[in-house]
Design a protein around this ligand. Structure first.
Ligand code: HEM
Length: 117
């Protein structure tokens, strides 16, 4: 639980910072939103989050570009089942690949997290 909650969060924050420092316009927009909603001398509280759509978009874009657990945790059905027309035999090991090939994603979305708004 500690590993699941700490490495995932810290890697995601590091990737977000790495992305944002390379995109000054995104950094500026996120800072403006934080200044307007939270203020320069206050700390971000949970109650602010729903008023920070641009920051949320930056986090979502980071998770899409850098999924820290791209194959999820292996799953194994206790009974044979059908998912999306595919038969998954009982006891098989299932890896879900949630990595999206970047080549399939239109360029504007890569450069503008605001498209999540
Ligand atoms: C950026 C942050 C995080 C990411 C990307 C992330 C990602 C994931 C993924 C992909 C899974 C597997 C889901 C599945 O296969 O069905 C998972 C499971 C899990 N995560 Fe996270 N996680 C994050 C933060 C956290 C935090 C903060 C905690 C705890 C405080 C946590 C605790 C867990 C636990 C306990 C499971 C196993 C759940 C189960 O099997 O029922 N995770 N996480």
């Amino acid at each position: 639980m500690v590993t699941a909650g700490t490495d995932t969060s810290s890697y995601t924050v590091e990737f977000a910072m790495a992305e944002v420092v390379n995109k000054p316009e995104v950094m500026q927009k996120a800072q403006q939103e934080l200044d307007a909603v939270v203020g320069k001398h206050n700390i971000v509280e949970e109650s602010h989050i729903h008023k920070l759509p641009y920051l949320q978009a930056v986090v979502k874009e980071t998770l899409r570009l850098h999924p820290v657990v791209p194959l999820l945790i292996p799953h194994s059905p206790t009974e044979t089942c059908t998912v999306g027309g595919h038969t998954i035999p009982k006891g098989s090991r299932v890896f879900v690949n949630k990595e999206v090939p970047l080549v399939a994603i239109p360029t504007p979305r890569l450069s503008d997290p605001a498209l999540y708004e």
